[in-house]
Design a protein around this ligand. Structure first.
Ligand SMILES: Nc1ncnc2c1ncn2[C@@H]1O[C@H](COP(=O)(O)OP(=O)(O)OP(=O)(O)O)[C@@H](O)[C@H]1O
Length: 924
């Protein structure tokens, strides 16, 4: 058996219009007049065939596929598989897309091969061809029958026959009579293949598709080598359109598409590993991981098996796909080292039982490899089997012995009978002797007839006994097969369940993770909320307190208010320290006696405004306080007239003090026994220590509020970013779904156009069928007439009958074809209906998403508003801080001035005695 390498062709597709639009450059080109390719500046690869961007579909077919088709008819299995990055032109090259809508020169490999096959069939009259097609896809590691969608994925299995050939069990094989039939099946299958739109390809295949043409050739025994047997050749041609390798970052796939990408890439990775294992000469007898993926199991015959294989690597010329293209070239180059051992698949005596027995053998072998529990089951069966065998053997031995005995008995009886007859003929016998002899002969004859009948019954019984044993064996065989089938199904189910379990576990894991994340963010949000509420409450309380104080203070100090009125009339010499003490104590009092805290949960913007207003009021209050202080000091140190004093005392008498503040002023006045300078000094110090405290507290609170605002700002920004991200994702999702809808609409349009074509075809076929029916009726009539006629020439009569029967058969076949076409049309109509439903679902989905988007946008706007407000508040706070700092500085300055004045008073005091001063004051 000769080894031949897998042939590798590389096809560079032209730049697509969108790539030209984006000004993509070309990074790969074929070397003219060689089978070489240069990628980048200087990386050269050699292949069996190289097709540049201007190569035609026919070029590819003639060079790569035509020789394979010849091999197929010779009896070899053949495979062509297209490999490459997503959007590199695999489906285009293989020709498995919408064949009906593609121009003739654009048609890919499959349609061309079909045409040629039927052309060859029509030329070989001496061979009886049976052509069958099947079309399956491997989608997410499940095998789906594209010709019979109802078939459960669990019913399709990959098996190996006793020769090691891979067979797909459970997929529908349609027997076809002509190219049109195959094309309609291809079209219908391709329409239901998993495809979708990605950023890389508008119509990206999401599964590996395997279109198989099986031919069975029955040669005329007269022409075959073995004249006694019917010569049969069975061969298959696989057309494999692999899903494209893809980078999720480039395709932009999410959700279901993302999962598909993972499955596709893992399948292709397994294929890469198989290629590497087979291509490495050092690993000649190493394990080849065919079982890692379904696609590698299917391609087992084609890679390192007995088929003739061509691998077509499709590449994109764009510089943006440089890495993927280089990878594809490396893989393909490696695949050239794979050696296959093609054989012609003769089948001299096609015996179904043999095949079944071989299958049993193969299954038994598979059984031996099962787990121990299963092995015990198998051994049980084989034990029963051997017991039955032993039983049969013993019975057979018994039977042989019995037959021997029977034979001896018969022999003895025959001899005895002969002797008795001889004795009967001896003359001179007495009558009683004769009678006795007669009775003996009768007995012997009776015995012989008994033996004969017994042996007859025996032999019949043996036959019938043999039969049950034979039946038992067959039954056991059948049982064994059933067990093995059940075992295989169990295994499949188990594997599938395991996969499902794994998927579920993964899902649960990711859900748990998501849940945890949500909980974390919820906790975070709650913490922030609590913090904000606390701060808000604090601020509110502070504001309320300050507001109360300010109101009180303003009431006491307003020029129109009673306090102010009275105050303007109070003695100018009232000790300042008391007044200030009282003022500060009243502040303290009011703050300690402030009304119970009110918790308000007004919106942040509102509280912010209030805070700012509070700060303004506080600063205003401080300014007032400072001004007041200035005024008092000034009054204290200015000259005052007697009238004024008198007026003041009168006023005091007429208007007794109402407020504690006033009372305290009065009291201080009467109890004045502290040196004035000291009092002034203390008072000023107290005032400034208190008033000095005030801006600091305010500053602190302003700073606190600023920090809080900045924190809030950050949270808002974070929320804003999240909302924007969500919005982006939603927009992408919506875009993808819209594209999908467009695609579906396109598909349904295409399906409708195909429908139309089929309807027309059906009409044509119906006409043909009518014609055929008429012909049939005519033929039947003629046949009837012929049978009625007494034709002398029997041979002529038989020939005519044969002709008519043939005509009838042809007409029947035509009717069947018509029925099939009708079924196909129905299927296509179903597809478009399904697509429409899917599209409407998607539209609903988009509608919901748009609502979500609108909500998010609203939220985004709200968040932006809050952010703006917060920014404004922070700015205001900063401004406030600056102002307060300025005021603080002013106060400090003032404090210094006051200190200087106090020092001056002290100096003056040292020159004149205190009694003199008291005297002076009392005279004043
Ligand atoms: N040789 C070529 N000449 C002209 N157009 C081409 C050629 N090869 C591919 N194209 C175009 O490129 C686009 C992508 O091709 P195709 O769908 O065949 O890629 P693919 O490899 O099958 O992608 P996927 O793996 O995603 O299914 C299609 O629009 C197709 O018409």
């Amino acid at each position: 058996m000769d080894e031949i390498p897998v042939k590798v062709a590389v096809r560079i597709r032209p730049l697509l219009s969108k790539e030209i639009l984006h000004n993509h450059q070309v990074c790969v080109r074929p070397v003219p007049n060689t089978q070489q390719i240069i990628i980048g500046k200087d990386r050269v690869f050699t292949f069996d065939y190289v097709f540049g961007k201007s190569s035609t579909q026919d070029d590819v077919y003639i060079s790569c596929i035509k020789p394979l088709l010849v091999s197929l008819i010779e009896g070899y299995n053949a495979t062509v598989f297209a490999y490459g990055q997503t959007g590199s032109g695999k489906t285009y090259t293989i020709g498995g897309g919408h064949v009906a809508s593609v121009a003739d020169e654009e048609k890919g490999i499959i349609p061309r091969a079909i045409q040629e096959l039927f052309h060859t069939i029509s030329e070989n009259h001496n061979i009886d061809f049976t052509v069958k097609v099947s079309y399956i896809e491997v989608y997410k590691e499940d095998l789906r029958d594209l010709l019979e969608l109802e078939t459960n994925v669990k019913d399709i299995h990959i098996r190996e026959d006793e020769k090691g050939n891979t067979v797909i069990v459970g997929a529908k094989e349609c027997q076809v009579e002509n190219a049109d039939e195959v094309m309609s099946l291809l079209e219908a299958g391709s329409a239901v293949r998993h495809t979708s739109t990605t950023q890389m390809n508008e119509r990206s295949s999401r599964s590996h598709a395997i279109f198989t043409i099986s031919i069975c050739q029955q040669r005329d025994p007269a022409e075959s080598r073995d004249k006694n047997s019917v010569q049969m050749i069975l061969s298959k041609f696989h057309f494999v359109d692999l899903a494209g390798s893809e980078r999720v970052t480039k395709t932009g796939n999410t959700g279901e598409r993302f999962k598909e990408s993972i499955q596709i890439n893992s399948g292709l990775l397994a294929l890469g590993n198989v290629i590497s294992a087979l291509a490495d000469p050092k690993r000649k007898n190493a394990h080849v991981p065919y079982r890692d993926a379904k696609i590698t199991r299917i391609l087992k015959d084609s890679l390192g098996g007995n088929a003739k294989t061509v691998m077509i690597t499709c590449i994109s010329p764009s510089t943006s796909d440089f890495d993927e293209t280089l990878n594809s070239l490396k893989y393909s180059n490696r695949a050239r080292n794979i050696k296959n051992k093609p054989i012609v698949n003769y089948n001299p005596d096609w015996d179904r039982i043999d095949e079944m027995e071989l299958e049993i053998k193969a299954l038994r072998e598979a059984l031996q490899n099962q787990q121990s529990s299963r092995v015990s089951r198998t051994s049980q069966v084989s034990q029963d089997w051997s017991q039955e065998k032993n039983k049969i053997r013993t019975l057979e031995e018994q039977l042989a012995q019995f037959q021997l005995e029977c034979f001896n008995h018969r022999h003895c009886t025959e001899e005895a009978l002969e002797l008795l007859h001889e004795l009967k003929n001896i003359p001179g016998l007495t009558k009683p002797q004769k009678n006795r002899l007669h009775s003996w002969v009768a007995m012997a004859e009776e015995l012989r007839s008994d033996i004969t009948s017994m042996s007859g019954t025996e032999s019949a019984e043996t036959g019938s006994r043999e039969e049950p044993h034979h039946i038992t064996i067959l039954q056991l065989k059948r049982e064994l097969k059933k067990c093995q089938d059940a075992l295989a199904t169990d295994e499949e189910v188990f594997a599938r369940k395991e996969m499902e379990l794994k998927d579920l576990q993964e899902n649960i894991q990711s859900l748990l993770q998501e849940n945890q994340d949500y909980q974390k963010s919820l906790e975070e949000a709650e913490r922030t909320k609590n913090l904000q509420t606390e701060k808000l409450v604090e601020q509110q309380i502070l504001i309320d307190e300050l507001k109360n104080k300010v109101e009180e203070y303003l009431q006491n100090h307003s020029p129109q208010g009673p306090v102010r009125e009275q105050e303007s009339k109070r003695p100018h010499s009232v000790p300042l320290s008391h007044q200030l003490q009282m003022l500060t104590s009243s502040f303290r009092e009011s703050s300690s006696q402030s009304e119970p805290r009110k918790v308000r949960t007004s919106p942040p913007s509102y509280s912010l405004e209030r805070v700012v207003a509070g700060f303004r009021t506080r600063s205003q209050m401080l300014l007032d306080l400072i001004e007041e202080q200035d005024e008092v000091s000034h009054e204290k140190f200015s000259d005052h007239s007697d009238e004024e004093l008198e007026k003041e005392s009168k006023n005091k008498k007429n208007n007794p003090p109402k407020s504690p503040f006033r009372r305290s002023i009065n009291r201080t006045w009467t109890r004045r026994n502290v040196p004035e300078a000291k009092a002034v000094n203390n008072g000023t110090r107290q005032l400034f220590s208190n008033t000095g405290d005030m801006p600091e507290t305010v500053m602190e609170s302003v700073q606190e509020s600023q920090n809080l605002n900045i924190k809030k700002l950050k949270t808002t920004e974070l929320r804003l970013a999240e909302a924007r991200q969500k919005l982006r994702e939603l927009t992408i999702n919506i875009k993808m779904k819209e594209e999908l809808i467009n695609e579906l609409a396109k598909t349904s349009n295409e399906a409708q156009s195909v429908n139309k074509q089929y309807s027309m075809k059906i009409m044509q076929l119906e006409q043909e069928a009518d014609q055929a029916r008429a012909e049939l009726a005519e033929a039947q009539k003629q046949l009837q007439e012929l049978e009625n006629k007494e034709l002398r020439d029997q041979a002529q009569k038989a020939k005519l009958q044969k002709d008519f029967r043939k005509k009838m058969e042809a007409a029947k076949i035509k009717v069947q074809v018509l029925q099939k076409k009708q079924q196909d049309t129905k299927k296509l109509a179903n597809i478009s209906a399904q697509n429409e439903k899917y599209a409407s679902d998607l539209e609903l989905n988009i509608h919901n998403m748009r609502q979500q988007q609108a909500q998010l946008q609203k939220k985004l706007k709200e968040e932006s508003d809050i952010k703006k407000k917060l920014e404004l508040a922070v700015q205001k706070d900063q401004q406030q801080i600056k102002e307060l700092q300025l005021k603080n500085e002013q106060q400090q300055k003032m404090l210094r001035l006051k200190n200087e004045e106090i020092a001056a008073i002290r100096r003056r005091k040292s020159t004149s005695s205190i009694p003199d001063q008291l005297q002076q004051v009392s005279t004043l």
